[in-house]
Design a binder for this molecule. Sequence first.
Ligand code: C2E
Ligand code: MG
Ligand code: MG
Ligand code: MG
Length: 291
Amino acid sequence: QVKERGKGHYRFYQPQMNADLLQRVQMDHAMREGLRRGEFVLHYQPRVDLRADAVPGCEALLRWQRPEHGLVMPSTFIGVAEETGLIADLGHWVLREAVAQAARWHASGRALQVAVNVSALQFTQPGFVQDVADALHVSGLPPALLELELTESILIRDAEEALAKLQALAELGVELSLDDFGTGYSSLTYLKRFPLHRLKVDRSFIASMPEDDVDAAIVAAIVQMGHALRMEVVAEGVERAEQLQRLRALGCDHCQGFLFERALPAQALIEWLDRRTQACAAPAAGAPASR
Ligand code: C2E
Ligand code: MG
Ligand code: MG
Ligand code: MG
């Protein structure tokens, strides 16, 4: 039963508000059931190293195979999971699953790094560093094959505490990246102090490149700043060949985007990688993948 609690003042009945709340409660319930029943899956999007023309890693992206709804994307459920706190359990599952997958790849002779998105609530839990250490230990995955993607909001909330956690994670040997970079409020002081390996430039800056001079200039500045701070710079959401061309010219290190491939189930990613290796003689990295 759903009860809307007013903040000490009288509230008129608002059917729309109750409908939204009810929907979120139902969504939360369905997600908990789904997690229990194994309805969540990870898809993996390749990250391409432009200079080496190689694929050093991939990003694990959560999908929900919800009965009668098909494949549900994170934008429809991550927000609710963050509100209700379920993201902690979901994030724990994602970490275990992604690390186990990377360990299987490693055991079969592939050194493919896997990146896991970490939400604020998950990161701030006291046991988070231990969770990561346990996942690595249980799977036997070399720590350097795990990358954790954090957002600026996580890091600025309590910078001292965040710094201590990042240092502990870096000491474990995992790599750390700052996701959606440019949309938050990182100060240069933080960027300098945090042990980050990578900046992932937010898709919104890439989308209007190269036509928009201002966005192109912002990306150029981020690349230079990242390199000055000894970080690799990754462009997210690369969809067109002209974007890739400009990013190469700007010295951007890595790219992710539909131009290369979408996030795929683990097995399909491996098939994509194998086809790509076979076609290695062809120089056109980033020819749109036919599906
Ligand atoms: P993100 O971490 O920034 O992930 C990149 C998103 O951009 C993914 O969307 C990916 O499919 C999409 N993308 C990649 N290349 C392109 C492109 O060329 N064009 C366009 N238009 N989009 C592209 P997705 O999978 O829907 O995930 C959305 C967001 O949901 C993620 O953004 C991340 O913030 C969150 N998310 C996904 N999986 C997880 C997870 O396991 N845990 C947490 N905490 N958040 C997750
Ligand atoms: Mg990400
Ligand atoms: Mg991102
Ligand atoms: Mg994100």
